[in-house]
Write a protein that binds this ligand. Structure first.
Ligand SMILES: *Cc1c(COP(=O)(O)O)cnc(C)c1O
Length: 369
């Protein structure tokens, strides 16, 4: 089914279905009504996945996921705002860098890379610093694969009257996100993660009344979500050249998503993939970095073997030769590597991946335990 291409065990780009790739075998004009209808239906579906039909709009944006994170912050946070950033990994740190670049005041809430943010810690930070106007939360910290408790933190933000912007890049579609409780103001994700599209566009699902207050606020023209929204609404077209093939592939990927059974079914498949992966890797002697109760079923960080002969680059190359692409670690303190369990792959493929890793360990003569 996948031809001779290696299977991507990475958090995006990931392995897509052949039919999703085939959806790109046409050219669309950006002015064409047929393409504009695709954009509209994609946006409508994305809002529905997180139950935002009544009060939220989806603004798509060209570029990788970070472009949409930067666009959301630049458009939704006023210059004199102050953003609390619970920090347990590289994607949280990236939000802090974006805020620094924009000269927006912020307060980091430092946490361990294996330590979820808690509602109590967020509440404590809000009580300590009355300057804080917004909270920027990474739902699933892809650096370690760590899940942060979104609903509990959203409830705190709502109670304190703070705006909550959620980087749900690697959780959207796989884990439940529900905008109906009203504590979340904006959710950001992208085409090429758990929706199993190809990379190239992000999107921000944002409370309509909030976005409408944000005219002229973005310091960037290309990343101005309000401008993109107004133009799309007026003309049905993207401002600036749309990633037409990416949008068409996402349309197809969303059809597959619905046919599979939506978020609950996708989450269940990834959960099975993750269980097979962790169990198989443990049998080989590899230890997961995270405790099971904070491990999200999207990407798993494993401790590197203590064997002095361990070189990730050699291991990567040998596993690639066996048909699977692994991912380097992204933690600051410990030597790790990561294996994704998302994409158009099932538990059977995960069994095969673990078997290939086992053969590679043996062939390289690595001592894992
Ligand atoms: C993938 C990802 C992003 C976006 O990264 P890009 O390299 O711009 O695609 C942002 N946040 C999280 C949590 C992610 O997993």
């Amino acid at each position: 089914m996948l031809g001779n291409d290696p299977v991507l065990l990475t958090p995006g780009p990931l392995t897509t279905s052949p039919a999703t790739r085939e959806a790109m075998l046409r050219d669309w004009g950006s002015w064409d009504a047929a393409f504009n209808r695709i954009t509209q239906s994609v946006c409508a579906d994305l809002v529905q996945i997180v139950h935002g039909e009544n009060d939220y709009v989806c603004v798509p944006l060209q570029g990788s996921g970070t472009f949409s994170v930067e666009a959301a912050i630049g458009t939704l946070v006023p210059r004199n705002g102050c953003v609390l950033v619970p920090d347990n990994g590289a994607y949280c740190a990236r939000i802090v860098r974006i805020l620094e670049r924009m000269g927006i005041a912020h307060v980091a809430l430092p946490l361990g890379e294996d330590e979820p943010a808690t509602a109590a810690a967020v509440e404590d930070a809000l009580n300590r610093d009355s300057r804080i106007t917004h909270v920027a939360l990474v739902h699933l910290e892809t650096s370690a694969g760590l899940l942060n408790p979104l609903d509990a933190i959203a409830a705190v933000c709502k109670r304190h009257g703070k705006r909550l912007i959620v980087d749900a890049m690697s959780s959207f579609g796989a884990l439940p996100i529900d905008l109906r409780d009203g504590g979340i103001d904006a959710v950001i994700s992208a085409s090429g993660k758990c929706l199993e599209g190809v990379p190239g566009m992000g999107f921000v699902i944002v409370r309509r009344t909030l976005l409408e207050e944000c005219a002229g606020r973005s310091p960037s023209l290309a990343l101005d979500l309000h401008d993109q929204y107004v133009y799309l609404r007026k003309t049905a077209q993207w401002r600036f050249t749309p990633p037409t093939h990416v949008v068409a592939a996402l349309r197809h990927a969303l059809d597959r998503f619905a046919a599979e059974g939506g978020q609950p079914a996708r989450g269940a498949r990834y959960t099975r993939n993750c269980a097979v992966l962790i169990e198989g890797m443990r049998d080989l002697g590899f230890e997961p970095f995270l405790r099971p109760d904070v491990q999200a079923p999207v990407i798993v960080t494993f401790h590197a073997p203590r064997d002095p002969a361990w070189r990730f680059a050699d291991f990567y190359a040998a596993v690639r030769e066996a048909g699977y692409i692994l991912y380097p670690g992204k933690l600051t303190q410990v030597e790790t590597f990561r294996v994704g369990c998302i994409g158009a792959i099932d538990a059977n493929e995960m069994h095969n991946a673990v078997a290939a890793i086992g053969r590679t360990v043996a062939a390289l003569g690595l001592h894992v335990r």
